[in-house]
Design a protein around this ligand. Structure first.
Ligand SMILES: Cc1cc2nc3c(=O)[nH]c(=O)nc-3n(C[C@H](O)[C@H](O)[C@H](O)COP(=O)(O)O)c2cc1C
Length: 189
């Protein structure tokens, strides 16, 4: 029997009609049955202030997120692009996850990223920046293929279902690579 693979997902957007959150919602149909995907929630995290952290310790929400990630076999992040970079809220969440005793929440955790934006190059710059941050956190990130969903407004229907055939085909191939990547880092049974 195939060993279950448990992945957690993080959307870099809090927007109700977020294309990135819609991408994550679309993922299960592209993964085989032995893969489970669980969405992480970072809404409400305070801005990291190291003085506050030293005075009060890690917020319970950060500790919970760290535990959820460490209990999983890997992490998928969908990022928007804000001003040619990673949205501040997502970066703040990653900064929080890197705090606390080693190994911190992301240390050694295999990751895969994807992103959607209104622009033509579909979060290319944000993903490059995100890769740099994940490398700093020693979180090995799937190098290829890169899912860059440009002109996102044309790829989803009004109910935010991913309908663009070429994007769907590409994500199907990416999902296969993600499973291979995450399984490569999993401890032997
Ligand atoms: C503050 C801000 C900055 C943005 N900067 C960019 C940008 O640099 N490149 C880009 O392609 N889209 C940019 N956008 C547009 C986003 O791609 C678009 O809002 C997208 O839908 C955000 O992702 P979401 O749908 O998951 O919320 C920006 C949006 C905001 C709110």
């Amino acid at each position: 029997m195939t060993r279950p693979l448990s992945l957690v997902t993080l959307s870099g957007s809090l927007r109700e009609r977020s294309f990135n959150s819609a991408l994550l919602r679309a993922l299960p149909e592209f993964f085989p049955d032995h893969v489970t995907l669980t969405r992480l929630e970072w809404r409400g995290l305070p801005v990291l202030d190291v003085d506050d952290e030293q005075a009060h310790g890690l917020p319970a929400q950060v500790r919970e997120l760290q535990q959820q990630i460490r209990a999983a076999d890997g992490l998928i992040i969908a990022t928007p692009e804000y001003n040619h970079g990673v949205p501040g809220g997502l970066k703040n969440a990653l900064d929080w996850l890197s705090r606390g005793p080693m190994p911190h929440g992301l240390y050694g955790v295999p990751t895969a990223i994807l992103g959607a934006s209104n622009g033509p190059i579909g979060t290319f710059r944000a993903q490059a920046m995100l890769r740099q941050t994940l490398a700093a956190l020693n979180a090995p990130t799937l190098p290829q293929p890169q899912v860059l969903v440009g002109n996102a407004q044309d790829r989803f229907d009004d109910s935010l279902t991913l309908v663009d055939a070429a994007t769907r085909k590409f994500i199907a191939g990416w999902a296969e690579a993600v499973v291979t990547w995450m399984e490569r880092f999993r401890a032997p049974a």
